[in-house]
Ligand binder design. Sequence first.
Ligand SMILES: Nc1ncnc2c1ncn2[C@@H]1O[C@H](COP(=O)(O)OP(=O)(O)OP(=O)(O)O)[C@@H](O)[C@H]1O
Ligand SMILES: [Mg+2]
Length: 233
Amino acid sequence: MTVVIAAINGKGGAGKTTTLMNIAGEYALRGGRVAMIDMDARNNLMKWWTDSQEKDSQPEGIEVYSHKTARGFEHWMQENASAFDQVLIDTPGEDTSIVDPVIASSDLVISPIQPSKREVLGAIDSFENVLRINDALGRECRHGVLRTRITVTVRHTELYRKIRPIIEDKVGTYLFRTEVFERNVYKDIHNGIGTLQMLEVTEAIAKARRETRALVEEVDTLLGGASMAEHAA
Ligand SMILES: Nc1ncnc2c1ncn2[C@@H]1O[C@H](COP(=O)(O)OP(=O)(O)OP(=O)(O)O)[C@@H](O)[C@H]1O
Ligand SMILES: [Mg+2]
């Protein structure tokens, strides 16, 4: 079974591309055949991929494709998705209807947020889009909010403390227990050096890898629950 995961937050810079690169690296490390689709016109994911190739650091087990239209995306999914274990979809950091067909194809939508009001609102909008499309299509795409770029300082802010009650109690979606910390290595991988999992393990990299493993385990748990619900239905 192919698992389809999209990163969506209509407010730019939330950490969508970075999150998907790390998740992809983890699945590839486990031997998964991973496809990534860059639907953002700025092509950050595709640039990472081609830069990595040029630097002889192309991640094994990961293929990156570029689709900027709903039609191209849907066609690719129909023809190719089943050849992969995971399909990870990167979307633009702006409000756009291109996310509708992406949600319609996904098992899980992750909305990364750096703790700012604007990004929290973007994540809530994404959740509402998931609910709307689930309703319209009778699907059960899951949604979760992922805190990224966390620092000790951020953790002392009022907004940070309000995130869980807002996301889980008020809005009613899932908040990942795993938080992604602000780490230089997450910036570095954007420079075309392959995945986090390909880097020589230093103490800093080991921390980032533990964090990523915990995130992927959480993703798997969420999705395992989803597929069991489908079987029961
Ligand atoms: N956990 C992190 N620690 C440090 N830097 C990070 C982290 N996550 C993301 N960044 C940096 O923040 C910037 C934005 O991250 P990223 O490109 O993943 O966000 P995005 O949501 O895909 O943005 P856009 O909407 O512009 O596509 C990048 O320069 C990235 O290197
Ligand atoms: Mg991006």
